[in-house]
Design a protein around this ligand. Sequence first.
Ligand SMILES: [Zn+2]
Length: 473
Amino acid sequence: MTKLHINKLTPAWKIILNQIGLPYTETDSVEAELVLMNTYSAGMENLQQPGIILTPKVASQFLKYKIYPQKSIFLQGEFADLNPLDLHTNFYLFKEAKLLKSGIQRYKNFWILPFAIEDVIIKNKNQRKKFYAERYELPSEIVSKVSKGNIRRWLQRVFLKILQENHKIYVRYSHLPQPEQNLFIFRIDTDFANLNEVEQLYELLEKYEIKASWYIEATAETKLMKFYRKLQENNHEVGLHCFRHRVFKDYDRNLQNMLQGKTILQKNGIFPRGFVAPFGEWNENLDLAIQELGFDYSSEFSLNYDDLPFYPYTGNKFSANLQIPIHPISIGRLRRSHFTEQEMIEYFRFVLKQKGAYQEPLIIYHHPGHKHWQVLEAIFQEVQAWPKQTMLEYANWWRQRQEAEILNETTEIPFYMQKEDKYTYTKDLKVTTSKLNWQLVKSGKPVMNPNLRKWSWRDWLYNFEAWRGKVKK
Ligand SMILES: [Zn+2]
């Protein structure tokens, strides 16, 4: 197993290292393949070991630098598929160091990170952002302002690059429950759908043997509730979306709204374990209400999207509520940006290829009221051979993985190994590596569209529509 030593463990580093799956120890010892120094101690500039990574705060103790405020940066070369890196923080450029295309800087044997992880990973701000497609008009959604998922992937690859240079094998916990490179999870928000729409969707799912995660808008009529109960009996997951389709700023109204929804579901024999907020909205008081009602997990893309699960850090402590980020662009958003059905299919083909290259789960969501069954059918065909789980199954697996990680255990959690450009999975670290079945690492597609971070008048229009939609309900 690859070991990482960190000399000061902060909540932000804890989140990102747990996601990556590298066992870490908080220590001043530099006897590890990867050594992360985020607090300065006298004389560390003389260390000679390979594999030492400095945060900008530490490097600035003995190197000259300039600070540039950066909204988003676009990486080049082998990192170009991780674009854009939405940072909204200070970028440090060190005078004597060499800036690589990956954004990392090198000085002697040191690797220097250009920004502070604490300044990006803990942030809760959101804004409307555009998502990559090969056309002029791009889809958009209100999501986390910082692209936390891309930052985590970037760091994951920086670690790999360092290990490769030192001829070491990268061994970490897998991001997927099976030793395969894909996982498909399908989420449904039932917002104001009618019986005919949900039945059609259910039949399509059955045809492709997909057990989905449905989140119920609890004002639905009795006949719909009967249908949702049948879903639960047929091993689909049934969770809570809302009573009123709103997220409030204060704790009391959030709690009341969720409690009202949960009570209605329970009266209908439905026992929700997961919650997903309307509009993907998140705030600290919502999180407190989710914890109070004892849900196992929640999913809100305004906190984070296209990333691995984590426990949010808010109000100076970790939440007990596991957050599961999804890909936030739904068919509804594509339709609003005038995509044809063929363009929608191509859009999702790109997203699923990218997730496959990252070896991360593909979690997408849909509203039955939006129909577009042909688009869904095309997606389901593409993922036919993939392993599939519900959100709850993945949440439970992730919790087990995190426990294994804390105890540093060899368990049923697969390990991912990478040696140069080849990777493999194993559940047994004692096995001779030559006996494993090594495969070539697929690379992601470069994301380079000049319109991605350019302001457009449509952004204002869509924000206005989102605001109006909330006021109406
Ligand atoms: Zn909704």
